[in-house]
Structure formats: structure tokens, C-alpha cells
Design a protein around this ligand. Structure first.
Ligand code: MF3
Ligand code: CO
Length: 250
């Protein structure tokens, strides 16, 4: 598949998908309290998404069994919600959600602390979010994809953090995953040239320790190999003549 350029009509639908997804994240953040199970968060998330006439895009995607990916502490991404997984004060929890609005996708992730968290965990969350903003400074018409990737990696590594290599961001539109891949680390090739109308999911996944990850036996949950904490921050963005527009934020 090649990289698609969205029309004004398509961009309008993706703005609406993004707006609904942003609201979903705001509501989920309010529900994050010690004692809640990740299963309850997933139920609430799916309810909110459907209440806006959207479909949760992750549900049954390649067999994924829930609507929200919920990854706690050393879990990097794709944690599976469970009634047995109860959040505790001090945990950090990454919520990744996707919605489809009239055939168009939006994808976004946030990491939050539960109650009081350690200063180290707080810094990891803030730096991961800032990695996204450092990256999209380069999301300009005429720049290359690798400019975004390089900026993300450079910023994360200043703090001694590990940039996950085995998972990447992606194009997005009528499919959740479209070309191109959007790595969070520099590659030798410049990558494609960015053009107005391209829509990308930029999603730094940053470990407090080393970058290596492994998959649990459920074949979904990705965890850090060294047991260190991990954070995730993602938005769906649009490339315009004037720079990036973040679609999945209110
Ligand atoms: N945001 C994730 C990504 O871009 C999607 C989760 S995959 C799913 O890879 F299977 F959980 F849906
Ligand atoms: Co994504």
C-alpha cells in the first residue's frame, strides 16, 4: 500500500474521529483511581466511544479481545484489560484507544499516574509526551519522515531513556495502520517527504531503562526486558502547509 493524501472531506471526518477520541481519553483519565480494574476502564471506554456513534477500532483487530489497550508499569503497549488487574496508588498506566467515525480512524494514547507517583515515573511520563511534541516540530511539508524520528530519539536519549525499536507509529485513515511506518528512532534512510493531506499516528514508546522489549505468552502484552517502567504518548496528526495539526486533541 502507498501513502494516501486525504481530501478535505476525509480530513473533516478524521477531525471528528479525533475529537471524539480526545473526549474519550479525558473521560477515562477521570476514572483512573486506585481500586479500579483495567476491565472496568475498558468497559467505560467502549461505552463512551459507542455513545458517539463510533466503533472501537481495536476490538477484534487481529484477534485483540478488547477496546482499550491498558498497559501498567513495565508493560509497554497492548496490555489486555482484566478483572483481576486492579490499579494501585503509584502505578503508571498507558491507555491506547482507537475509534472509527464514518469509516475514518483516529488513534491516540496517554500515560497517567494513579494517585501519587514517584518523581522518576512522573518524569518518564512528561518526557514521553514531550518526545511527541519534539518530533512533530519536524512534521512540516517538505521535511522527511526521518526528521521526526530523529528528533524523538534524540530527546528521549538525553534523559538516558530507551526508545522502543520493535514497534512504530504509522499512517492512518480508512485503515488503522497505513503506510508509512513512523519509527521513534533514526534510520539511515531519510524516508518519505511529508506532504499536505498525509495523516500519521506518531507514538513514542519510551522505557526508563533499556530499549529491549519482549512479548508475554498472551502474544499481545509487550513488556520491558529489564523490568523498567515504560510510557506511551500518541496522537493522530495531519500534515498541512502551515505545519502539523493535531487531530486527536480537544
Ligand atoms: N495504537 C496501536 C497501534 O497503533 C493499536 C493497538 S493494536 C490492537 O499499534 F490490536 F490492540 F488494536
Ligand atoms: Co497507533
Amino acid at each position: 500500500m502507498s501513502v494516501t493524501i486525504k481530501s478535505e472531506r476525509e480530513i473533516g471526518l478524521m477531525r471528528e474521529a479525533g475529537r471524539i477520541l480526545a473526549i474519550t481519553h479525558e473521560e477515562l483519565e477521570k476514572a483512573l483511581k486506585p481500586g479500579i480494574s483495567t476491565w472496568e476502564i475498558d468497559r467505560l471506554g467502549e461505552e463512551i466511544i459507542r455513545s458517539y456513534g463510533c466503533v472501537p477500532s481495536f476490538k477484534n483487530y487481529r484477534g485483540y479481545p478488547a477496546s482499550i489497550c491498558i498497559s501498567v508499569n513495565d508493560e509497554v503497549v497492548h496490555g489486555i484489560p482484566s478483572k483481576k488487574r486492579i490499579l494501585d496508588e503509584g502505578d503508571i498506566v498507558s491507555l491506547d484507544a482507537g475509534v472509527i467515525y464514518r469509516g475514518y480512524h483516529s488513534d491516540a494514547a496517554r500515560t497517567h499516574g494513579v494517585g501519587q507517583i514517584s518523581p522518576e515515573a512522573g518524569q518518564l511520563i512528561e518526557v514521553t509526551k514531550q518526545c511527541f511534541f519534539e518530533g512533530i516540530k519536524y512534521a512540516k511539508t517538505g521535511n522527511h519522515l526521518n526528521d521526526i524520528s530523529t528528533a524523538i530519539q534524540t530527546y528521549a536519549e538525553k534523559f538516558g531513556y530507551g526508545v522502543v525499536r520493535d514497534l512504530v507509529g504509522h499512517g492512518i485513515g480508512t485503515h488503522l495502520h497505513e503506510d508509512p511506518e513512523v519509527p521513534n528512532f533514526a534510520r539511515k534512510r531519510k524516508g518519505i517527504r511529508l506532504q499536505p493531506g498525509m495523516t500519521l499516528a506518531v507514538e513514542p514508546m519510551i522505557n526508563a531503562g533499556r530499549y529491549e522489549v519482549r512479548w508475554l505468552d498472551d502474544d499481545w502484552t509487550v513488556i520491558t526486558k529489564d523490568g523498567s517502567l515504560s510510557a506511551h504518548y500518541e496522537n493522530t496528526i495531519l500534515i498541512t502547509e502551515e505545519g502539523p495539526e493535531i487531530l486527536s486533541r480537544t
